[in-house]
Design a protein around this ligand. Structure first.
Ligand code: GAR
Length: 210
């Protein structure tokens, strides 16, 4: 029998992916996981309100309060240790943390990215911009990916992906919405459940799901 795992969710914005996790938890779909804290890199992120509305502890760790990414990453690592995080989920978290965090939480930290990695990913590809680029390129299929976080942006082992059709009249906004609804909000809670229940192994940079 597994013990409860503390899930700490990192956010920067609206928090619809956080909401999907909260809803999954309410429906008993996070396995042994429990969301114990939400940490935001922005003071005005609506994700903080979503957490508070659901009785979840919140913290803010503002990127601009730190001189560089090294000191910010160390502060984040210390906060995660303080919160006794077993699993860390980036849910629209827009800062790339360095190896101080990634090494401390190797194969315990996951991110949702709104494309099919390795397309439209890496530094500079986030939020609405990725959908603008996908439409510019004329791809017929896009989607979302959940992957482990490593120090290299969007390059960690892929856990789950789901494809979503691109329509001729899509705007970045409509594509973003469909990818969230059909892919992100489904595969992120599922990946968290699999991780909490120790169902994911990583061998040579690839994941295998039991
Ligand atoms: C989501 O689409 C998420 O995949 C994306 O930002 C949005 C956040 O929305 N993340 C990235 O682009 C990270 N590279 P949310 O705050 O409503 O969950």
């Amino acid at each position: 029998m597994n013990n409860t795992k503390n899930i700490v969710v990192l956010v920067s914005g609206g928090g619809t992916n956080l909401q999907a996790l909260i809803d999954a938890q309410s429906n008993g779909q996070l396995g042994c996981g429990k969301i114990t804290c939400v940490i935001s890199s922005k003071a005005d992120a609506y994700a903080l309100t979503r957490a508070q509305n659901n009785g979840i502890k919140t913290r803010t760790l503002i990127r601009k309060d730190y001189a560089d990414i090294v000191s910010y990453s160390i502060a984040m690592r210390d906060a995660l240790i303080e919160e006794k995080a077993d699993i860390v989920v980036y849910a629209g978290f827009m800062t790339i943390l360095d190896e101080n965090v990634c090494n401390a939480f190797q194969n315990k930290m996951i991110n949702v990215h709104p494309t099919l990695i390795p397309s439209f990913c890496g530094k500079g590809y986030y939020g609405l911009h990725v959908h603008e680029e996908a439409l510019k390129k004329g791809v017929k299929v896009s989607g979302a990916t959940v992957h482990f976080v490593t120090a290299e942006c969007d390059a960690g082992p892929i856990i789950l992906q789901r494809a979503v059709e691109v329509l001729d009249d899509d705007t970045p906004e409509t594509l973003q919405k469909r990818i969230m609804e059909q892919a992100e909000w489904k595969i992120l809670p599922l990946a968290v459940q699999l991780l909490c229940d120790d169902k994911i192994t990583v061998v040579d940079g690839k994941t295998y799901i039991k």
